[in-house]
Design a protein around this ligand. Structure first.
Ligand code: D5M
Ligand code: FE
Ligand code: ZN
Length: 482
């Protein structure tokens, strides 16, 4: 091998310094690295004569191990430079098995994270504790977690707000139209700021303050990112032919000239959960499955996604995937999805997760909490998940309501708080596409590749099938594979 390394580089008219030689020799798969490096260097720096250890290091840092492979070296002259980073992933940060034990540290974490955000708001500087507020006569400013929401006989709203010092009842008068309208979107367990005046035992709200999001600047983007979710592979309603057209398109073998040009620009595919249909997710599900074994469902997913090369595929779990149900859901594990893991293109992250695609921050969340939001908040529905996404961003929490349909793990830290503002907020679950730009953030719901199920018929959920959103150089393109 020693001779081999030197002579291969010599043949390519590249000299190695000692450091470079040792780095290559000590690499696990050195012969593959040699081919890949020679390929890279002859194209990117044809005039280069000496390869230093530093350059080898740089090359290894840029191209992840997965790309330095025989296939890559043969079929692609130059492996793509993926600047992919996982900014937040909870897969290895879970300290519980998701069962309810001690909820107090979970809620404390939620309260403190969101209070910290709220305390930077101009309206809430020098906020009072709830206990202090009950004895103040002037303006009252408090930050608390919503414990209860009620309507009075005269249709005003009463909110029970709690912090570590006590709880206060806040009244929102229905003649205060703007504030009242905002109050209709308040949900249990969110953390909220209130400015008002004390009247007896009540606080009369004049302002409600969400942690909120600032308007973000648009970042330049010279690549395409595809957003998928809810393929439900293994289900008898999985639209395999449409999905095959999608795969063909990614590979440049389907679509008109403009569509092929977009495909050529695609660097990343993000899958926001429910990649397979799973098993035992709902009663008698097996009647609606063509693949009744979850390992085989992931094998089939690997067969389909396996046709894609030179694109990074980032996969997060949903409520149908092989992960615990309680959120945050750790990444789908290798035991279940071996073949999918074995693909050189795939990366697995938790639900939720924050990733960076060449500097573009994407917040991935499956969207289970949308069921709760649609059920609880007037005017919200599965059809308009963009309204829900906007509200969750304002509340800076992905699943504020505790104890309804979204199971939340009682972790020490609340990982569903939206700590960081993303450039793209990508969700799924509702099986209905939506797209909006909100304060500069792309809000995307990526629809589905599953036609209407029996369950959805009962609930009158009409899915948008095989419509794939792509952010191409910063603007949305919707592609139809139906
Ligand atoms: O969800 C598929 C669709 O069904 C999606 O529109 C959400 C809706 N759904 C799923 N579970 C519920 C519950 N429990 N209540 C209301 N609506 C629901 P999927 O996760 O793919 O099964
Ligand atoms: Fe789904
Ligand atoms: Zn789902």
């Amino acid at each position: 091998m020693t001779e081999d390394i030197i002579s291969k580089f010599a043949d390519a008219e590249i000299l190695l310094d000692e450091d470079a030689y040792h780095k290559i020799r000590n690499y696990d798969d050195s012969s593959i690295l040699v081919d890949s490096l020679i390929n890279h260097l002859t194209i990117s720096s044809p005039e280069m004569m000496v390869l230093t250890g530093e350059l080898v290091e740089e090359y290894l840092g840029k191209s992840c191990d997965k790309e330095i492979n025989e296939e890559g070296a043969q079929s692609k002259l130059l492996p793509r430079d993926f600047d992919f980073d996982v900014i937040q992933d909870t897969s290895h940060k879970s300290y519980t098995n998701g069962e309810i034990k001690d909820l107090s540290s979970y809620f404390k974490s939620r309260y403190h994270k969101l209070k910290e955000m709220l305390s930077h708001k101009r309206e809430l500087t020098d906020a009072n504790s709830v206990k202090e507020a009950t004895s103040l006569d002037d303006v009252v400013k408090i930050v608390g977690m919503v414990n209860e929401i009620r309507n009075t006989k005269n249709n005003h709203k009463l909110i029970e707000l709690e912090d570590e010092t006590g709880s206060a009842t806040v009244l929102i008068h229905n003649e205060n139209h703007e504030v009242f309208e905002q109050a209709e979107r308040i949900v249990k367990d969110e953390v909220l700021g209130v400015v008002g005046g004390r009247k007896g035992s009540l606080i009369m709200a004049s302002e409600l303050i969400n942690p909120g999001v600032p308007r973000i600047d648009e970042k330049s983007m010279n690549f395409g990112a595809v957003f998928l979710s809810d393929t439900h592979i293994g289900s008898s309603t999985f639209l395999e032919e449409a999905f095959q057209r999608f795969i063909n398109w990614v590979n440049g073998d389907f679509g008109d000239e403009e569509q092929r040009e977009i495909a050529n620009n695609v660097k990343y595919i993000v899958v926001a959960g429910d990649i397979v249909d799973g098993i035992g997710v709902y009663p008698s599900q097996d009647k609606e499955l063509t693949i009744k074994d979850i390992h085989q469902q992931y094998e089939e997913a690997a067969r389909l996604f396996g046709d894609i090369s030179d694109v990074k595929i980032i996969i997060a779990p949903g409520n149908h995937d092989a992960s615990r149900l309680a959120e945050p859901q750790p990444a789908i594990t290798e035991d279940y999805a071996k073949d999918l893991y074995d693909l050189k293109t795939t990366e697995f992250v938790s639900n939720p997760a924050l990733v960076s695609l060449d500097g573009i921050k994407v917040l991935i969340y499956h969207g289970r909490s949308f069921d709760d939001m649609a059920m609880t908040v007037k005017g919200m529905s599965h059809q308009q998940s963009d309204l829900i996404m906007k509200e969750l961003l304002e509340k800076r929490h992905l699943a504020p309501i505790y104890g309804e349909r979204t199971p939340l793990a009682s972790e020490i830290e609340d990982h569903l708080v939206i700590d960081d503002i993303p450039d793209v907020f990508h969700t799924g679950h509702v099986h209905i596409n939506s797209y909006k730009r909100y304060k500069g953030i792309h809000l995307i719901n990526s629809g589905t590749f599953q036609s209407q199920t029996e369950f959805q018929k009962i609930y009158n959920i009409v899915p948008t099938c095989a419509q794939v959103p792509v952010i191409n150089n910063g603007s949305l393109k919707m592609l139809d594979f139906s």
